[in-house]
Design a protein around this ligand. Sequence first.
Ligand code: FES
Ligand code: FES
Length: 148
Amino acid sequence: MRIKVKVNGVWYERDVEPRKLLVHFLRDDLGIKSVRVGCDTGNCGACTVLLDGKPVKSCNLLAVQADGSEIITADYSDELMERLKRAFHERHALQCGFCTSGMLLASYALLKNKPKPTEEEIREGISGVLCRCTGYQNIVEAIKSAAL
Ligand code: FES
Ligand code: FES
């Protein structure tokens, strides 16, 4: 099946097997390796991308379900995303980095909708992404510092 998706501002048109997961389409067909595969079962959130502005676990969707949509990955760059990346770096909000793409995208979606979230809202906003390393505190601090 032929699908067309806009990823980080660029349109791609590709033939795709109907059963291919979006995460594998992004990584293997489009070469976007910042989208991580953790559990492949919808639990860890490492594969989170934004689909038409909403965070989704890309291992939970088929590529064909994204046809015609706009996808944002951690490679995306605008003022907010750069602010978040800088804050994660400065606040030591990562260790192994495996969750970081998902965390950045969950935070990006949160701050887009709520530029000044409370700590509770931040924790809720990133609750779909698991981090095994940091204990979350530095991630929460980074998001707070990136909020306007
Ligand atoms: S790889 Fe998708 S939720 Fe874990
Ligand atoms: S930094 Fe290792 S899982 Fe989050």
